[in-house]
Design a protein around this ligand. Structure first.
Ligand code: UDP
Ligand code: MG
Length: 391
């Protein structure tokens, strides 16, 4: 299935000194040792608390490391003094008890990291006091921005709106329930600076109920197999992205579980770092038992909108031809038997099975051809992810 060339090369940017070793996804996981290093258009936003972030003193700015990509695009970029380095995007739904603690922990980590930052909370229609707490935090600290949905749209929608608002060069996402440790952020950022486009956390030692760990293991196994990306934990809330990535992935429905796959498909380099995970202290998990089933359907969506989007016949054609061929062989065998007088077809249900296989096979091939016709009629230009244009 994964006949694409998965090998990902580092950017040919001479200013970057060190690349992390990225192994072929099929051979080895992309783990980087920790020590080494609802659709948005229809989303109703109720209240937005936003204030421009006041520039940091010069001394802080000088400590900032300029990213090679920023250097190459420096003409189009604002001057360093105004540039925002980190955007932390946090989707939340009824997490009132965790928000103050989380903000404090984030402030400590981000201040230590240096560089200007913003924290964007997306209140996904909370029915508890979450928004009141956030409003309070916003009034105390203008780097904290809050977007409030009018109703609960889901984590993907919240992330997508956060991604649209984020202005930092590095975008970090984490869950609001304190299960993700903000102290891991510098490690993730380090890997992005070293050349990855997306670095996903890997909850190596999970602190969740077993009823969640087992389905999650299964989900990760299947997703890794189907997408060809060998990471262990697709659904970790803690991730870091280069800005380009969040501006070009389209996350809707419940596709947040597949962001690494969507990004990988656009040619972005995906890395993984083991991270500390903590047990949920307050509130309860917002995702119920249906997640595995929905996740499975979403995997189909991801495969079809990425891998087979531009060549539907490759999927339908293969299965269609296999099915028709199996039916043909079966029926040919039975026909020969019948001609030799060894069997009567009227009492061989297998003959009907063979016929069904042929019919289904032909239908699959036709479906693939129809898909090809639709794809050809569309403007496929927007399906290609362009990194740079030199004019
Ligand atoms: N979340 C959200 N909208 C939802 C469900 C969840 O914004 O409809 C947030 C939630 O508040 C948390 C994150 O997504 O910050 C992860 O949710 P949760 O902790 O329930 O997931 P789990 O850790 O159980 O996978
Ligand atoms: Mg959680």
């Amino acid at each position: 299935m994964a006949e694409e060339n998965n090998e990902q090369k580092p950017r040919d940017n001479s200013q970057r000194r060190r690349y992390p070793r990225y192994r072929r996804p099929h051979n080895k996981p992309t783990e980087v040792p920790a020590d080494e290093a609802a659709t948005p258009e229809t989303t109703h936003v109720d209240t937005t608390l936003e204030t421009p972030v006041t520039p940091e003193p010069q001394s802080v700015q000088r400590q900032q490391q300029q990213h090679p990509q920023q250097q190459s695009q420096s003409q189009a970029q604002p001057p360093a003094a105004q540039r925002l380095e980190y955007s932390v995007v946090i989707p939340l739904y009824n997490e009132e008890e965790s928000l103050r603690d989380l903000t404090e922990q984030l402030k400590v980590v981000l201040t230590r990291l240096g560089g200007r930052y913003e924290i964007i909370y997306i209140d996904d229609g909370s029915t508890d006091n979450s928004f009141r707490v956030l409003r309070d935090l916003h009034f105390k600290n203008k780097r904290i921005k809050v977007i409030r949905f009018r109703r609960n749209y889901g984590k993907s929608a919240a992330l997508m709106v956060g991604f649209q608002k984020a202005q930092g060069e590095f975008v970090i996402t984490l869950d609001a329930d304190l299960q993700d440790d903000p102290a891991e952020i510098p490690n993730l950022v380090k890997q992005i600076r070293a050349g990855f486009d997306v670095v996903s956390g890997w909850k190596k030692k999970r602190h969740d109920p077993i009823t969640k760990i087992i389905p999650s293991k299964f989900f990760n196994f299947v997703t890794s197999l189907a997408t060809g990306i060998k990471i262990h934990d697709f659904n970790c809330g803690l991730k870091a992205y280069r800005k380009d990535v969040v501006k070009s992935v389209n996350v809707y429905g419940e596709l947040h579980r597949y962001i690494p796959a969507l990004a990988h498909w656009q040619g972005f380099r995906i890395g993984e770092v083991p991270v500390q995970h903590r047990a949920r202290k307050f509130g309860k998990s917002k995702f119920g038992g249906g997640r595995l089933f929905k996740g499975g359907l979403d995997l189909l969506t991801v495969l079809f909108t990425t891998r087979y989007m531009t060549r539907p016949l490759h999927f339908f054609g293969v299965w269609g031809i296999l099915s028709a061929l199996a039916g043909f062989i079966l029926d040919a065998y039975l026909s020969v038997e019948w001609m030799l007088g060894r069997t009567a077809l009227s009492n061989r249900p297998l003959f009907v099975v063979g016929l069904i296989l042929i019919i289904v096979g032909v239908q699959f091939v036709s479906l693939g051809l129809l898909g090809e016709m639709i794809t050809k009629g569309q403007n496929t230009e927007k399906e290609y992810s362009i990194r740079e244009v030199l004019k």
